[in-house]
Design a protein around this ligand. Structure first.
Ligand SMILES: Cc1cc2nc3c(=O)[nH]c(=O)nc-3n(C[C@H](O)[C@H](O)[C@H](O)COP(=O)(O)OP(=O)(O)OC[C@H]3O[C@@H](n4cnc5c(N)ncnc54)[C@H](O)[C@@H]3O)c2cc1C
Length: 391
């Protein structure tokens, strides 16, 4: 008998208070938070835990620009600030490292007018990037502070150094979340047996067994969109789509405190263990979700151009995965308006690692009948309205 399950009957039926569907960074955080609340939970995954899009290489934790402040930016800011303590707690509970570092971010400014805009952003950051007595900055520098990391010729008009951004190792982070769950008292883990059919209060798994649930959290990455659509609501457009991303890992003995470099769509992210991640392509059309190709070669070549330290760094891994992009682009969170027991925790697209812990809290608040503090554009209800063609 599983620790969070009622015994399966002869027909293969069991029950749980909370069923979490999908064990990527979203579902894993939800399960860790549910365990802390003592909720009898079952987490199921089609494959292995943490092996979907969350098994990536990049792990940049990138704040929105500090200008035109709004609820969405505040939510992400709060999440990024809180992540430091969340990681510290997880690492203390498991004895494992998440490869987390608030290392900051360098953004080269190729044109003079961009330096003027950056100076205005700098003032915005002084007002908005404030958490208690902690102030984060958007410094505008005349030139790169790390010329071997970011070449002096890049950023003719200067460079921004923001002190809020950071990075984590997606794989180490996922492994720490899984380790926390392996020692959990109220969470049962089921791998290699995904949900094939989701009903009002029961899910049917791939092996034909059934799990009756009090509530279900749909957290299965880009596959959350068809699963939520299967609940029967007529849609004019799909609730979301997978967007392929390619990335690479280079071997380079760099200082782990160096900032992330961000230049247009290129991310260069230093990690522990003498590695640097390069990302990422953004492909809405693709034949093979897991292959890499010349588009990644272009990114690697660009990274070598801008970073002298990477000129000869060998590529040790090439990796591709599918990001979950919801129809209205923002995360897709909260109770289904027509199916009260079913909640969504999906659509993190390019920023899941910085938000998942806080989104999981929000969904568990909703489940407990408390107000769910997320921006209105994050609500599943909002995305459904768009997909139904009513907005
Ligand atoms: C190249 C690349 C670079 C990226 N860079 C960054 C970055 O720098 N920073 C950042 O924050 N984010 C980044 N992302 C995005 C981030 O990786 C994703 O947003 C995040 O991993 C999504 O997490 P998830 O838990 O929603 O989905 P996933 O990690 O995909 O997890 C979904 C899980 O659900 C399981 N599943 C699917 N269907 C079922 C079913 N029917 N029943 C049970 N289980 C099921 C899958 O097996 C999988 O384990 C990047 C993504 C890519 C591809």
């Amino acid at each position: 008998m599983g620790k969070a399950d009622s015994p399966a009957t002869a027909s293969g039926q069991s029950s749980t208070d909370l069923l979490i569907i999908g064990g990527g960074v979203m579902g894993l955080w939800a399960a860790v938070k549910a365990e802390r609340l003592g909720i009898r939970t079952t987490l199921v995954d089609t494959g292995g835990l943490g092996q979907g899009a969350s098994y990536g290489l990049v792990g940049a934790l990138m704040p929105h620009m500090p200008d035109k402040w709004n609820e969405k930016k505040q939510f992400q800011f709060d999440a990024l600030v809180a992540l430091e303590d969340e990681v510290a707690r997880l690492e203390a509970e498991t004895g494992m490292s998440c490869g987390y570092n608030r290392c900051g971010r360098l953004i080269p400014l190729p044109k003079p007018h961009l330096a003027d805009i950056a100076r205005r952003h700098s003032e915005d950051a002084e007002t908005q990037w404030l958490a208690g007595d902690r102030q984060f900055h958007w410094h505008v520098l005349e030139k790169t502070p790390h010329p071997q990391w970011l070449d002096t010729s890049i950023g003719e008009a200067g460079v921004v150094l923001d002190t809020l951004a950071g990075r984590a190792s997606p794989r180490r982070f996922g492994a720490a979340l899984v380790a926390a769950l392996k020692q959990a008292r109220s969470v049962r883990l089921i791998e290699n047996n995904g949900v094939m059919r989701l009903g009002e209060d029961e899910a049917v798994l791939a092996d034909g067994s059934r799990i009756a649930f009090g509530h279900a959290i749909v957290a299965n990455g880009h596959q959350a969109f068809p699963l939520l659509e299967s609940l029967g609501t007529p849609m004019v457009r799909p609730l979301g789509m997978p967007v392929k991303g390619q990335s690479a890992l280079l071997s380079a003995d760099v200082d782990i405190d160096l900032p992330v470099i961000f230049l247009k769509s290129l991310y260069v992210v230093p990690h522990e263990g003498g590695t640097v991640a390069i990302g990422s392509t953004s492909e809405e059309a693709f034949d093979d979700p897991s292959s890499t190709d010349g588009q990644l070669d272009v990114l690697i070549a660009r990274a070598r151009e801008i970073s002298p330290m990477l000129a000869d760094a060998p590529v040790v891994e090439r990796w591709a995965g599918l990001r979950p992009k919801a129809i209205d682009r923002d995360p897709m969170i909260g109770r289904h308006p027509d199916h009260a027991r079913i909640l969504s925790l999906a659509g993190g697209f390019k920023v899941s690692f910085g938000l998942a812990h806080k989104l999981a809290d929000a969904v568990l608040d909703e489940l407990a009948g408390k107000p769910m503090a997320v921006p209105p554009s994050f609500l599943l209800e909002n995305h459904l309205t768009v997909a139904r063609g009513a907005a």
